[in-house]
Design a protein around this ligand. Structure first.
Ligand SMILES: Cc1ncc(COP(=O)(O)O)c(C=O)c1O
Length: 297
């Protein structure tokens, strides 16, 4: 996988506040496993192949970037795939359609069943059904996913020195991997997209470094909430920078980052590095649910 580029974002706000904001464009790499997805899947898929698995199984919501990326990456690697979906499956939803198109077998789980998905009983049932299975946790959260993300940290440090790295956070695998890979003294801002996301239950690798990570609530009311100011922000951002942001992760992250900058959260002269983790397919999901409002590639 080629290193993704880093470019500076030009904005009157950043100029006025004396901060420089750079964006690591992981949205430009990974194909349909764009952004943090291929980085997280890279070593998991390698491990699956080493273990001679023939089927990847994973979990997610009906609009999940992770299910979408896993379905595509499985097909690319000549593996079968199975996705357990939280709630009902609407076969017309663009995420489900794409997953099915790449050959993923989709099974709905009720919310109660979904909560049991990591239980030994459920996993045994899955293994009985698919004997050569490789199970990837929801969102890919695992040491192997973090190993892939650590490579992103090395790329950033090769490029230059940044005082603060800004990262969108749900399961925390992306942040955890960057923390493992980063050698410098930079601080981290975890833009938390889950309501109440305080990173409890994350792998200890994330917890160890909590000291240099500030957690900022960026959910704007909840994971599935898309206030009008967010949609307006995403459109304005595209107009200004010709870069797409998705409404679930990167749009919320950038909107909150601008708010922090506006409120003088960063000292003048600070160099910030923000990671664009992709998620464009979420734009299609948004448009499917709310009308053709946002543009994408
Ligand atoms: C586009 C995008 N950005 C950020 C994240 C958050 O990553 P993590 O779950 O590793 O914290 C996700 C979810 O995996 C995502 O799909």
């Amino acid at each position: 996988m080629d290193a993704s580029p880093i470019s500076i974002l030009e904005s009157d706000l950043y100029l006025q506040k004396g901060v420089e904001v750079y964006m690591k464009r992981d949205d430009l790499i990974g194909g349909h496993a764009q952004g943090n997805k291929m980085r997280k899947l890279k070593y998991l898929i390698r491990d699956a192949v080493t273990q001679k698995a023939d089927t990847l199984i994973t979990f997610g919501g009906a609009f999940s970037n992770h299910l979408y990326a896993t379905a595509w990456a499985a097909q690319q690697n000549n593996l079968k795939s199975v996705g357990y979906v939280r709630g009902e499956i609407d076969p017309k939803n663009p995420t489900m359609r794409a997953c099915a198109g790449w050959g993923m077998k989709l099974h709905p789980l009720s919310r109660t069943e979904y909560r049991q998905k990591d239980s030994p009983e459920f996993l045994e049932e899955v293994r009985n059904k698919y004997p050569q299975v490789y199970i990837i946790p929801e969102g890919g959260l695992s040491e192997l996913a973090m190993r892939g993300m650590a490579e992103c940290a090395a790329e950033i440090e090769q490029h230059g020195k940044y005082d603060v790295w800004v990262v969108p956070c749900a399961t925390g695998a992306t942040l955890g991997g960057l923390l493992q890979g980063a050698q410098g003294k930079q601080e981290f801002i975890a833009m938390s997209l889950l309501k109440g996301g305080d990173f409890d239950g994350l792998p200890p690798t994330v917890g160890h470094h909590r000291g240099r990570t500030k957690i900022v609530a960026a959910h704007l009311g909840g994971f599935g909430k898309f206030p009008a100011e967010l949609i307006a922000y995403i459109k304005g951002f595209h107009h200004q920078h010709s870069i797409f942001l998705d409404p679930v992760y990167t749009g919320k992250m950038m909107l909150r980052l601008d708010e922090l900058i506006r409120h003088d959260f960063f000292a003048p002269g600070s160099r910030l590095l923000v990671l664009h983790t992709g998620g464009y397919q979420g734009i299609l999901g948004y448009n499917y649910r709310f009308g053709e409002v946002l543009s994408v590639g």
